[in-house]
Design a protein around this ligand. Sequence first.
Ligand SMILES: NC(=O)c1ccc[n+]([C@@H]2O[C@H](COP(=O)([O-])OP(=O)(O)OC[C@H]3O[C@@H](n4cnc5c(N)ncnc54)[C@H](O)[C@@H]3O)[C@@H](O)[C@H]2O)c1
Length: 346
Amino acid sequence: MTFATVEEDRPLRAVVVGAGFIGGQWAPELLAHPEVELAGWVDVEPARARAAARGLGLHDLPTGASLTALLDGEEPDFIVNCTVPQAHHEVTVTALRRGVAVLSEKPMAVTLEEARAMVRASEESRRLFMVSQNRRHMRGLAAFRRTAGELGPLGLMTSEFFMPYRGAAFLATLEHPLLQDMAIHLFDAARAVSGADPVSVYCESFRPPWTWYPGACSATAIFEMTGGLRYTFTGSWSAPGLPTSWTGSWRVAGTRGTTRWDGEGDPVAEPAKGEVVRAHKREADPHPERPRRYTGLAEGLAEFVAGLRTGRAPQGECHDNIRSLAMVTAALESARTGMRTPIVIS
Ligand SMILES: NC(=O)c1ccc[n+]([C@@H]2O[C@H](COP(=O)([O-])OP(=O)(O)OC[C@H]3O[C@@H](n4cnc5c(N)ncnc54)[C@H](O)[C@@H]3O)[C@@H](O)[C@H]2O)c1
């Protein structure tokens, strides 16, 4: 899809929407980007936006509860949607319909119907709409992706995610906390690493006897992907020991060999007999001067800004990212119906 670019030689004006945890990570990234100007901060609880701005020494930054008032008053080029998932659809469509591009936190939306309407709003307004999947920019994941790219046609891919987690109260309110909250990170990573798209899924989502969650905190899913690749995911928020990393533990097998990644360090690889496969190493940190920055936001912002300047679609552009969301919504449907579910994007 073609989308409008910003041609004028001036910084891009950005408004942050949502002043909770992740809004507080995005604002410093916008301030640090040489081609971006922070033009305002919105939150339905305006005191939060005011306090967050003051916390960064931005005493004169326009803040408020009304997104439309700030869009009309400050005329930003884009918003960064840092609201809760239930508000993503309304906030994103409001901005796009006013001709404002959107860089959104994951997940794109709660349902696939909402996501389709958001993609349509992007097409109709001809405005860039990208979802940030920050883990794509982890240096370990990038090395694993390059290594998997050496294996030839892929046949099998597995990821495990096991975490004894009690940290976020809202997880206890979800029917399927693993699938509804965490799985999008792993599913999007599976698409990034394999270059394949989902075709169908069979999924079971359940409660092991020892869990402290009221909802189905554990799941196993088998995806058929394009090219015949099978991707299996198994995970739990109630791991009774031996946790994986926050990006899981991975294995990919292709015609030329196998690579494994622990979700943190460098991947390892072993070639099939008679083949040569190189295990790629993580590249050096591009921002060693800011060791405490939140992983991947700066890289996602750089791709989004480059997109607005050149018209080149960044990773996470909505037509691509909706395929990752569809893996989640189809897995949920399969878990509820007990049936293998085809994954239909549009
Ligand atoms: N990529 C990551 O690693 C990562 C990490 C944390 C959160 N997230 C995502 O970021 C989003 C926000 O998560 P969070 O932890 O910052 O939540 P949070 O609850 O800390 O903050 C959300 C803020 O949005 C505000 N808000 C809600 N509806 C709004 C609306 N309609 N308009 C304006 N403001 C509104 C709330 O008042 C709150 O201040 C979620 O989608 C979450 O999945 C991503």
